[in-house]
Design a binder for this molecule. Structure first.
Ligand code: GRF
Length: 208
């Protein structure tokens, strides 16, 4: 059970979303704080940022685990030790087992680089370009066992330009991820999300 203001962030890579969340938390004086960053990759750039900002870090290499369940079980134990109010998937490139998701049900939040339910899974920018869509974007959602299909907390839309390539489109989307992810994490950590099926209402701070 959560009984703290601890946020635990899971990463696999550069950690730009982690930075956006941390900056917002500090600048806005959130009651919750990022207590720990856990990566499944030692080389994840986000670990350097966390260490430089006095945040506890841990590396849990999935390749050292005998199977997905064993890795998820160990990861869950590490996370649970913080009794977190929110567990944030910020570019964590692992599919989590149903048991793991159940354990942190209602506290798990993810950012996905597409306008879900379009383009779940990997390679979203390439697939958006190949599909010829005129609009693309980012989605913040609560995590359920149904990959990339959890209740949507926030979305942002960007145009797809005729001369876009994957990198340009990804950069435009990432800017929006950094804008919509922090307030969604804050609302989750502060218990301001009301979930009704797949619909989520974010209760504004003042009327809590
Ligand atoms: C983001 O585009 C996120 O949507 C996706 O992986 C990327 C992570 O970027 N799941 P960063 O590590 O936060 O910079």
């Amino acid at each position: 059970m959560p009984n703290s203001d601890n946020i635990v962030v899971l990463i696999s890579g550069r950690g730009s979303n982690l930075q956006a969340i941390h900056r917002a938390a500090v600048a806005e004086g959130w009651s919750a704080r990022i207590a720990a960053v856990i990566s499944n990759r030692e080389a994840a750039g986000g670990l350097d940022y966390a260490r430089a900002h006095g945040i506890d870090t841990a590396v849990l290499d999935h390749r050292a685990a005998p199977n997905r369940e064993a890795f998820d079980a160990e990861l869950a134990e590490r996370i649970a030790a913080w009794r977190p109010c929110a567990v944030v998937l910020a570019g964590f490139m692992r599919v989590l087992s149903a048991g793991f998701v159940r354990r942190f049900d209602g506290r798990l939040i993810n950012v996905h680089p597409s306008l879900l339910p379009a383009f779940p899974g990997l390679g979203t920018h390439r697939r958006a370009l190949d599909a010829g869509v005129k609009w693309h974007g980012a989605t913040v959602h609560l995590v359920t066992a149904d990959l990339d299909h959890g209740p949507i907390v926030a979305q942002a839309v960007v145009p797809v330009h005729d001369d876009d390539d994957e990198a340009r489109l990804a950069a435009r989307v990432l800017e929006q991820e950094h804008r919509i992810f922090p307030p969604a994490v804050r609302a989750l950590a502060e218990g301001r999300l009301r979930v009704d099926g797949l619909r989520v209402r974010v209760v504004p701070e003042a009327t809590r």
